[in-house]
Design a protein around this ligand. Structure first.
Ligand code: MG
Length: 267
């Protein structure tokens, strides 16, 4: 009897474990692709929305945003932005661009975003000979917290995880495709934000993909937490939607053609 009971117990344990693993696998696939919701080649599956693509940017002409983009700078006004105190963004606006006014502080979008695609074009200021630390330092902070570094990596000899297109303090770019000061360059970013439960427990870390001047430089990297200098602090719970933030790091970096596409769950 004892032997039979032991056999039944082992069988039960194995069955429970297998069932649990199966449930996890089903959960994973339904979470990621929706493959359990639709049959292959299912004609009732919704078609992707039609979007008119943008153009390729040139030095003379900024790229035309896709038709469903939320344009955050129209070439004339910083009305989509504000300072940290909620007052007006007081960076300089020139013809078709805006520029960091050193020591006026970072600026934030008035609108908050969750998972999103971000396009930013930027230009480093003229290089001051001898400055090999962080010439042209600025940054694009996803969800106001996670910095895609901006710096003149043609001249900077800063640590690798502080170069242009680094996820600052975490991941250097895969390659250095930085252009010289005075030339427009682009970041195209795909951001999947962290998720927290109602108690503030981390459910999912943030992931980032970045193309710098059209070249892949961050390949779906998993962030360790928010950006900080000389440290990697853990995640702190924050809302699912947060403003985009641009950094004033004391250099007159220019920006143009900033837009965001919000990402939704695929069907
Ligand atoms: Mg920076």
């Amino acid at each position: 009897m004892r032997s039979g009971f032991r056999n039944i117990s082992i069988f039960t344990v194995v069955a429970v474990l297998l069932f649990g693993i199966l449930q996890v696998e089903i959960s994973k696939s339904s979470d990621s692709e929706g493959l359990t919701r639709w049959q292959i080649h299912d004609m009732s599956r919704p078609q992707p929305p039609v979007v008119t693509p943008g153009d390729v940017s040139t030095q003379a002409h900024p790229v035309r945003p896709p038709s469903d983009a939320i344009v955050l700078f129209d070439g004339k006004s910083l009305s989509a932005w504000q300072g940290a105190d909620g007052g007006p963004a007081i960076w300089k606006v020139g013809t078709g661009y805006f520029e960091v006014v050193p020591k006026t502080g970072d600026i934030y979008t008035k609108q908050a975003f969750g998972d999103c695609q971000v396009h930013v074009e930027w230009m480093a200021p003229p290089w001051t000979p001898g400055n090999t630390y962080d010439p042209g330092n600025s940054g694009v902070y996803l969800a106001s917290l996670y910095e895609v570094q901006i710096v003149d990596s043609v001249h900077s000899k800063i640590y690798a995880d502080g170069q242009a297109a680094a996820m600052y303090g975490q991941y250097p770019p895969l390659v250095n495709v930085c252009l010289a000061p005075g030339l427009w360059q682009s970041y195209d970013i795909v951001f999947h934000d962290a998720r927290f439960d109602k108690g503030g427990k981390l459910l999912r870390p943030a992931f980032v993909t970045v193309f710098h001047n059209g070249v892949l430089v961050q390949d779906h990297v998993e962030l360790t937490g928010p950006t900080a200098h000389k440290q990697r602090p853990p995640y702190q719970p924050h809302p699912e939607r947060m403003p985009l933030r641009l950094q004033d790091h004391n250099y007159p970096v220019r920006f143009r053609n900033v837009w965001v596409r919000e990402l939704s769950e695929s069907q």
